[in-house]
Design a protein around this ligand. Structure first.
Ligand code: SAH
Length: 398
């Protein structure tokens, strides 16, 4: 769907939308935040903000970068290798504080979920899942709400409020690291080792900010999570798949869920625009695929909908020749959902077919279900309240 279509549709239903490509957009308080700037943009901001002359800007940017992304500083006063006058100017011109964490929940299984308020009425969730990837994965949101309306997904019942900025995506990682107590970033035993763009929203409808965030998060002098430990999941925005690879070198995940167009049109309406044949072509062309760098295919198990053995065989056939991993995701229920999870025997039989075709460990244990933190359960209230109503009430809506 084009940006123009988004804007038109969103205005018709009265939802506020900001697709501003400027990921360094100043916060409402007025001072621009620094956390979402790439190294080059940070140096430039320092020159423009009168903090450093052009010949010193890179050096200063390097110092600030390290405090921000390696030590997790939220205050310029901590930057002990920067002289006091410069620190004062920095604090006058720029913002380092994190967005507000409005709620924090911990699941019985160790998953943690944070509800983050980026500005009044604009909130998204992010989830830390232990024992995923090398140590544990942070599932980050790329948008508040979503335009895709996948029928089994809770987020899909929430219209799009707006894209998140690079700063807001990076902030999710910083907040997780604050909470896990993992500053400085170089710790060997850190529990946050992987990032998955599988929270709220469609990352390929916000590729600019997602790519900047990946540049920032992967920097070795900063948060230092390698690109190979970052996975971007898409419902299949075909024209953005090659650009994603070229721009980020991140790992690719595809929310597949069906092996024929008729069913996929129903489950993932985006399929009507980019049908399976086109999607599979784009996936085959993803740069850098190999057995060490596989595409992940997500397949949600819906009782009586997509869970027959014939479909398992069709799935395996469809993926022939693609270095692939398959994650079978037991459907996670949410209030009012029109589906049920397949029963365990069916999931195991389905997994058996997939396993015999050579794909390992396919059933993904649901994590954080008790706090609605599992795949597809994320949703915030942000969109229910129109911008006009928020202004009228002056309220922060949780
Ligand atoms: N829009 C992107 C990013 C979201 S990823 C995408 O579609 O890939 C979230 C993953 O959780 C997707 O694979 C989605 O299909 C899956 N999911 C959504 N709702 C779910 C549910 N109720 N139970 C299990 N998985 C679900």
């Amino acid at each position: 769907m084009s940006t123009a279509t988004f804007i038109k549709r969103s205005y018709v239903v009265g939802v506020r939308l900001d697709l501003s490509p400027n990921s360094a957009r100043p916060k409402s308080a007025g001072r621009p935040g620094l956390a979402g700037l790439t190294r080059g943009a940070l140096a430039q901001a320092l020159v423009e903000g009168g903090v450093a002359p052009p010949d010193k800007a890179r050096m200063r940017a390097g110092q600030i970068w390290r405090w921000m992304h390696h030590h997790g500083a939220t205050d310029f006063s901590a930057m002990s290798n920067i002289d006091k006058a410069t620190r004062t100017t920095l604090a006058e011109r720029f913002e380092l504080a994190r967005p507000e964490v409005v709620a924090r929940q911990v699941s019985a299984d160790g998953a943690r979920k944070w509800l983050i308020r980026f500005e009044p009425g604009v909130e998204a969730e992010c989830v830390y899942i232990p024992d995923v990837g090398r140590a544990g994965a942070l599932c980050v949101s790329s948008q508040v709400g979503c335009t895709l309306n996948c029928r089994f997904c809770h987020t899909g019942t929430q219209a799009l409020v707006r894209n998140l900025t690079a700063a807001e995506i990076v902030a999710q990682v910083q907040i997780a690291r604050d909470d896990l107590g993992e500053w400085p970033s170089e710790r060997e035993d850190r529990r946050l080792s992987n990032i998955v763009f599988m929270g709220m929203g469609e990352p390929l409808y916000n590729l600019g900010a997602v790519a900047d965030a990946i540049d920032i998060i992967s920097d070795n002098e900063g948060l230092a999570i390698s690109r190979r430990r970052m996975t971007v999941s898409t419902a299949g925005v075909v024209p953005q798949i090659a650009p994603l690879g070229a721009r980020t070198q991140a790992m690719l995940a595809i929310s597949l869920h069906a092996t024929n167009d008729a069913l996929r049109d129903e489950l993932v309406p985006l399929n009507k625009r980019y049908p399976l044949a086109e999607l599979m072509d784009a996936i085959r062309g993803y740069p850098g695929l190999s057995n060490a760098r596989r595409v992940t295919f997500e397949y949600v198990m819906l009782n009586g909908v997509n869970d027959t053995l014939a479909e398992a065989r069709a799935l395996v056939q469809m993926l022939a020749g693609i270095p692939a991993k398959i994650n079978l995701i037991p459907f996670n229920p949410w209030p009012g959902a029109p589906y049920e999870c397949s029963d365990w025997a069916t999931i195991e039989a389905f997994a058996g077919v997939v396993n015999r075709a050579g794909y390992a460990s396919p059933i993904r244990t649901p994590r954080g279900r008790d706090i609605l933190a599992a795949c597809g359960q994320l949703r915030t209230e942000s969109l229910k309240v129109r911008a006009s109503a928020r202004r009228a009430s002056g309220a922060d809506v949780a």
